[in-house]
Design a binder for this molecule. Sequence first.
Ligand code: SF4
Length: 374
Amino acid sequence: MSGIYIHIPFCKQACHYCNFHFSTSLKLKEEMIHSILQEIELRHNYLEDKNLQTIYFGGGTPSLLNESDLNRIFDKIGQHFSINDNVEITLEANPDDLTSAKVKELSLSPVNRLSIGVQSFFEDELRWMNRAHNSFEAEYSIKCAQDYGIENISMDLIFGIPISDHEKWERNLEKTIALDIPHISAYALTIEAGTALNHFVKVGKAIEASDEFVMEQFDRAIYLLTHAGYIHYEISNYAKPSSFAVHNTNYWKSEHYLGLGPSAHSFNGHSRSANIANNPLYIKAINNFSPKIEVEVIDVKTSYNEYVMTRLRTMWGINGDEIQDKYGQFSNYFQIKAQELLKKNWVELNNSTYTLTIKGKHFADAATVELFLE
Ligand code: SF4
C-alpha cells in the first residue's frame, strides 16, 4: 500500500506562528496545478506499489483549489495509479473557505475526509495568531460539513497560546467534543525561527508561554479527550475508535509515499527526497522535465533513529523483538537505554513493547534523544 501527498503552497494570509512553505500571492496557482500534473507524469514510478491507500492534500491551503483543479489532479492520478476501494482522501481546509457552496462541492468530490484548521473558537486567540477566519466561521464550517454528510472530519487545535488561559482551553476542547468530531489534532504552539511570532518575541511584542503552562494544557487535553472516548494514539492526535488517520499512521509505520509540489517529501524505504521549497523554481524545474529534488539515502543508523522517533510517539510503541529483527546490531544498545527510561518512569513495558507513560509524554522528545544513536 502506498500514499500520495500533494502540497498546495498558497495561503490567503500568513499565520504568525507558521513556518510551512507557502506564498500569499496566488498569481502562480494555475501554473502550479499544471506543474503538479506534470510531476505526477514524471515521478509516478517512484512508488513500486501503485495501489494507493491514501491521498492527502496538505499545505498551505488546499481548500483554495476549485472543483476543476481537484478533478484534473484526480484524473492524472487515476491514469498512473490504481486507487484502493476504501481509499482515504484527505483535504486540509480553512474555515473561511468552507462556505456552504464549497462544502457542497467537496461533498460531491472524491475527497472523503476534511482536516479543518480551526485552532481555536475564541476571536482574540484567532486574531493573535493572524488566522484568516473568525470564531463564527470556525464553528459554522464544522456544522456545514456535517450537514452535507461529511462525517470523517479531523480538527486542528492549538494550545499553549500565551494570551489564553486554562478555562478557555477547556472550553475549546469541550466545544470540539460537543461537535462530535471523530479526529482531533492538538498541537502545542511552538515558536519557529523565521516566523512573525519569533520576531514579536524577540522585540518584546509577545511573550512565550512557560513550559508548565503548556504541559498543564497538554494534560487537560489528554484528560478531557480520553474521558470523552477518544484514543490518544499519537502524541498530538486523538481519535474515536476506527477514525485514526490512515495517511499519518502510514507515515509513522514507515509505509511508502510520493510527495508532489514544492517542499513535499517522499519516502520509498531506501531514501527520503525533498522537493525544492520555492514556487517559481519548482515550476521552472518541472517545465524543464528536471524536478529539483534533494535525496538522502537512509543508512541503517538513520533508519533506527527514525524508527524510534516515530514509534515512541505512538500508542503502538517500540517493540524490542522488532528492534532485534530489523536492527540486531543496535539491540543491546536499545535495551540498555530503554531500561534507563523505565527507571525514570517515562516508558512502560508490556509484551516486549515500550510505550510512553503519562509522565513520559511530557518528555517525549528527551526520551527519543536518549534512545538515539549518535
Ligand atoms: S493557513 Fe496553515 S499553512 Fe497557511 S499560514 Fe496558516 S498555518 Fe501556515
